[in-house]
Ligand binder design. Structure first.
Ligand code: NAD
Ligand code: LMR
Length: 331
């Protein structure tokens, strides 16, 4: 009889928040690590939200998920990340009234310094970290810099939501089914400066470049729709995207652990190795494939002037965020 895999410890921070609530039940049902991997959930919250997280833990129990071994709720990062194999860092400090960008970087720099250190000390050797909480790329940079014993490439930030948004917009434009759209790419920051790139995409039997040739649509509709989608959702819902963000986080970890489809790739923000001229160490989004459980940046893509200008603009924003957290002493 085949042995079942040992349970994976999955830590979710911000577990009492909207994305946490949308993610936890699907993780427990096996959507993230597959139908054969038992899950042990660790819910990490701030003290004032522990009671709400305990309520979610009761609901997880009540769902009687066959894969779910146990659920613990913590407000101490060292306990929440103890032995963790997959850490979803969703909880972060939202921008409040009167808060400047620098204040936001400072508040989150503090949180991700503490969490990076705790992960460094107590997580499992092969831990994989996905940062969802904004500003996600720079929060991941801070966490990675505070975890010197863990290879930097295990710290990633979420741009899969932007990737999925780009697929949906291209499907709408072309009339193709979502499943027939492959090889779109998100470059840069998870912010409105990001560059969703369809020049290398496949739309069924057609090339993405064919659609990109309509510059009016590309620059006047596609790029701003994808890049500003987060704000559009906040305006419409009165709250930021939650279920689609949870879905993207699950897609990200699923593909990281179980692999990307043969003829496709996805987008992930990870520490740059200098590829495509992105300064080393910046947590920037690239087209990537998951090979044997590790992300590999897709190499050899031709980047024309149109794309170069847009990638450079987003990378410049990442550099200024990095410089700000450096001055604040977080990295
Ligand atoms: P939310 O306000 O509903 O929940 C956030 C939760 O995080 C709260 O329960 C809060 O108590 C908790 N929290 C705050 N600080 C914490 C800490 N130090 N440790 C543990 N928990 C902590 O927010 P949400 O809608 O779930 O969104 C969470 C984050 O995800 C926000 O920063 C949002 O901007 C970001 N987001 C990112 C993407 C992306 O694609 N990268 C998409 C959507 C939202
Ligand atoms: C999104 O892309 O939906 C979010 O990152 C928006 C936000 O600012 O929370």
């Amino acid at each position: 009889m085949a042995q079942s895999p040992s349970p994976a410890v999955v830590t979710v921070t911000g577990a009492a928040g909207s994305i946490g609530y949308a993610a936890l039940f699907r993780i427990a049902a096996g959507a993230m690590l597959g139908p054969d991997t038992p899950i042990r959930l660790r819910l990490l919250e701030i003290p004032s939200a522990v009671s709400a997280a305990e309520g979610t833990a009761m609901e997880l129990d009540d769902s009687a998920f066959p894969l779910l071994r146990d659920v613990e709720v913590h407000d101490d990062p060292k306990r929440g990340f103890d032995g963790t194999d997959v850490a979803l860092l969703i909880g972060s400090r939202p921008r409040s009234k009167g808060m400047e960008r620098g204040d936001l970087l400072a508040a989150n720099g503090q949180i991700f310094t503490v969490q990076g250190r705790a992960i460094n000390q107590v997580a499992a050797d092969g831990v994989r970290v996905l940062v969802v909480g904004n500003p996600a790329n720079t929060n991941a940079l801070v966490a990675a810099n505070n975890a010197p014993d863990i290879p930097a490439e295990r710290f990633t930030a979420l741009t899969r939501l932007d990737h999925n948004r780009a697929i949906a917009q291209l499907a709408r434009r072309s009339g193709a089914a979502v499943k027939d759209i492959r090889r779109v790419a998100i470059w840069g920051n998870h912010s409105r400066t990001q560059y969703p790139d369809i020049f290398h995409a496949r739309v069924g039997d057609r090339s993405g470049a064919e659609f990109a040739a309509d510059r009016e649509w590309l620059t006047g509709d596609f790029i701003p729709t994808v890049a500003n989608r987060g704000s559009a959702i906040i305006e419409a819902r009165g709250a930021s995207s939650a279920a689609s963000a949870a879905n993207a986080a699950i897609d990200h970890v699923h593909d990281w652990v179980l692999g990307t489809p043969e003829d496709d790739w996805t987008s992930v923000a990870l520490p740059s190795t200098g590829a495509y001229g992105v300064p080393e160490g910046l947590v920037s989004s690239f087209p990537v494939r998951s090979v044997d459980g590790s992300w590999q940046i897709v190499d050899g893509l031709e980047i024309d002037d149109f794309s170069r200008k847009r990638i450079d603009a987003s990378v410049a924003e990442l550099e200024s965020e990095r410089d700000a957290v450096r001055v604040m002493g977080f990295i």
